[in-house]
Design a protein around this ligand. Sequence first.
Ligand code: NAD
Length: 330
Amino acid sequence: MKLIMFGTREDEKEAALSWAEKNNVEVTFNPGPLTLENVHLLAEYDGLSTSQTAPFEDDIYEQIAAQGIKQVAQRSAGFDMFNLEKATAHNLIISNVPSYSPNAIAEYAVTAAMNIIRNTEKIQNKVKQHDFTWNKSIISKEMRSMTVAIIGTGRIGTIAAQIFNGFGAEVIGYDLYPNEKAKAFLTYTDSLEEAIEKADLISIHMPLTKENTYMFDKSLFAKMKDGVFIVNTARGKIVNTKDLLDALNSGKVAAAALDTYENEAPYFPKDFSDKSVEDDVLLELIQREDVLISQHIAFYTETAVMNLVEGGLDSAKQVIETGSCDNRVN
Ligand code: NAD
């Protein structure tokens, strides 16, 4: 069997080579995404894995199928970059890796929360200017004195709740479908509003859906406590960024940690150090001391990368051998 891995990063190769040896499969690496320009490469392979961040081109499904390929195994939990109807119409099985290390994202969310609560960036900026004074702009709260609301209490939200709970915070949570496991670490509220109104810190852990697109907007910020902290490691479009900036400017939100940004696709995870960033909102988020923004990196641990590579290649192999796979999403 011959597989090709598109969008391969250097850090994925070790796990892929060891999977290839163990499974007696030939795996070829391609650093770029799968596009209409390179889709012809598939003619030499039995299957593929992708690491798409931007949406697939609409005409590509037909081209993939025309090369005799039966599947696309995405190496991420998210699969919003695919047009599932088009894929199904061309008999392509799309798969994801639904859970590769919820701890990775939960730990990052708590790390980011601690950074904004403790004013780490402001403190470092002062120290770099050799201003070693203590003053009110950098005094901080303690987690144990805070109420933390977890919005979305699935795999990641439950672990985040467990860690916040370990710090001594009072953890509350809201989910459309409360789960028993989370109840060990948080108390459910009856509504989103109740959680939002009580929280000193809100950590978002739900998938992006039609219902929650821009859910965190002007009207929801208005219901929050003054000086609330917001952490979003879920999806950028859950938060209306312009409304968030207004809420930061008015002091309603004390600080925000964003690992995702609604218009991140052109930039994350690419190197723009010698190119100009044209997005004024992103530039403002980057330069603000009350915003900690990162390049959708919460998942990025050694364990998660290994599980993603193995999960993607397993699915590709399973479809080729059996005609379907456990992690099929269409
Ligand atoms: P999950 O499916 O285990 O849990 C999501 C929870 O959100 C579910 O319990 C669901 O009922 C709840 N939910 C859905 N819509 C809701 C709504 N409108 N209101 C309240 N609750 C709602 O998913 P997970 O594995 O915990 O992942 C959560 C999200 O984290 C993913 O969907 C993804 O967007 C994000 N994520 C980010 C990174 C990163 O690197 N930043 C990596 C992986 C996942």
